[in-house]
Design a protein around this ligand. Structure first.
Ligand SMILES: NC(=O)c1ccc[n+]([C@@H]2O[C@H](COP(=O)([O-])OP(=O)(O)OC[C@H]3O[C@@H](n4cnc5c(N)ncnc54)[C@H](OP(=O)(O)O)[C@@H]3O)[C@@H](O)[C@H]2O)c1
Length: 266
């Protein structure tokens, strides 16, 4: 039924989810959720630019994707450094002639009561988790406006719409990203650029290793999802490909939550 409808519109089902010919920048792509997003976008046909600070790790990630038949390029830069960010976008414009997709995924965590944050720690959290995405979106929008098309995807968190103790700084930044995503959808929609968010629940990535090291914490967090388990990093990838694909051409200002039902639970 779906195939007939789609075929009658002159689009193949594979074409609906294809990123062939697209240039995609994914931040924090050396590991965790960012790596899986980059890998899946490459499998969907995009040329993927992998960013982060650890050049060795990015090189290994790019090699893995290339060995799987994808097109991947490592472009290390520190998102909190305005000059490095500008230089990276200048290199993208020079080498690729533009940018179709940007995924702002890089982030950091520091779970503790607000009173225990030093000024330096507060600034670093806000810089990495919020300000750097403004900078990234600004540079991306400048390139995308030229062609009047683009896909901005921001990886937020369920902490971008609900809260728990000892997480005020991270949650505040993620709520801010949700607002930023909607405001950018409003601002850039007239220029053919969509802006959406992916809000992961709890995934078993390096970032959560310390938290999940305690078996009782791992069990408690697993038990909070309807599926009774944590997310597997690769389970984030389909949502990112979808939001970047022709299938999502009329979706903007949306938060796609991927949490095994955690935030839907009574
Ligand atoms: N894992 C979860 O359960 C979960 C849940 C909700 C939301 N999220 C969000 O999903 C995203 C990815 O999470 P993850 O678990 O995959 O995290 P992760 O394993 O800690 O990876 C974070 C990535 O961000 C990059 N990064 C950090 N600071 C950077 C900077 N200043 N400049 C450039 N890159 C920087 C790191 O690369 P380098 O070290 O090479 O710089 C790393 O690749 C984050 O935004 C996180 O908040 C994750």
């Amino acid at each position: 039924m779906v195939a007939t409808t789609v075929a009658s519109a002159g689009i193949s089902l594979a074409g609906l989810f294809s990123l062939a010919g697209d240039i995609a920048l994914v931040t924090g792509a050396g590991r965790g959720l960012g790596f899986e997003i980059a890998r899946a976008m490459a499998a969907a046909g995009a040329t993927v630019i992998l960013s982060g600070r650890d050049a060795d790790r990015l090189g290994q990630a790019a090699d893995t994707i290339a060995n799987e038949g994808g097109k991947a390029i490592a472009l290390p830069f520190d998102m909190t450094d305005a000059e490095q960010t500008r230089a990276a976008f200048a290199a993208i414009a020079r080498d690729h002639g533009g940018l179709d997709i940007v995924v702002s995924n890089a982030g950091m965590r520091n779970r503790k009561p607000l009173e225990q944050f030093s000024d330096a720690e507060l600034s670093e959290m806000v810089e990495v988790n919020l300000v750097a995405t403004y900078r990234l979106a600004r540079e991306a929008a400048r390139l995308m406006r030229e062609r009047q098309k683009g896909r901005l995807i921001i990886v937020t968190s369920i902490a971008g719409h609900v809260a728990r103790p000892n997480d005020a700084v991270y949650a505040g930044c993620k709520h801010g990203l949700t607002g930023m995503m909607r405001a950018l959808a409003a601002e850039y929609g007239p220029h053919g650029i969509t802006s959406n968010a992916i809000a992961p629940g709890v995934f078993a990535t390096e970032a959560n290793e310390a938290l999940l090291a305690a078996p009782e914490t791992a069990a408690a967090l697993s038990g909070r999802s309807f599926l009774g388990r944590l997310g597997r990093p690769a389970e984030i990838a389909g949502a990112a490909v979808f939001l970047a694909s022709p299938a999502a051409s009329f979706i903007t200002g949306h938060v796609l939550t991927i949490d095994g039902g955690l935030t839907a639970k009574m």
